[in-house]
Design a protein. Structure first.
Length: 159
């Protein structure tokens, strides 16, 4: 029993070292609106797209720009921001990463052929393809961005 208690204490102590540091004193998390405004401002491109070929897991060496894994293709249907064009095809891979403060696991079912939605694209450095794909933005976020005037609806206005 003493060994179990000692192991549990050791495990708690070691995991505490990997925990995220607390926010700085006086930190106030951004409101949803502030977070959406920041996301729109920092995105290099915002598009409405459909997946034409399934997006698989992969890894991109940001130092060399060399990709390994299964890239898929999305076709841009509408451009909200950026220099992409409707009809353009973009290679993407499923991005997963781990940090001491959390992780993101790419779920292949979100990258299935025929899935569509709004994508925020980053890291559009020439020669570094494919681009990372983590999933489409939630419909509630898209509706809120349209309501706030951050992006214009891709739908024809009703008369």
């Amino acid at each position: 029993m003493k060994r179990l208690i000692a192991l549990a204490a050791l495990g708690a102590a070691s995991s505490a070292g990997w925990a995220c540091p607390p926010p700085p004193p006086g930190y106030v998390p951004p409101t949803r609106e502030e977070a959406l405004r920041r996301d729109v401002a920092t995105a290099e491109a915002i598009v409405y797209a459909v997946i034409e070929s399934p997006i698989g897991d992969g890894a991109l060496d940001f130092g060399t720009g060399v990709f390994s894994g299964q890239a898929g293709t999305v076709r841009v249907l509408h451009v909200y921001k950026g220099d992409l064009a409707a009809g353009q095809r973009v290679a993407m891979y499923g991005l997963s990463y781990d940090t001491s403060c959390g992780s993101l696991r790419y779920a292949p079912e979100t990258g299935r052929r025929g899935a569509y939605g709004v994508l925020f694209l980053h890291h559009r450095v020439e020669g570094r393809r494919p681009l990372p794909f983590t999933g489409f933005r939630a419909q509630a976020d898209v509706a809120e961005m349209i309501r706030l005037g951050l992006i214009e609806s891709a739908r024809e206005p009703e008369l």
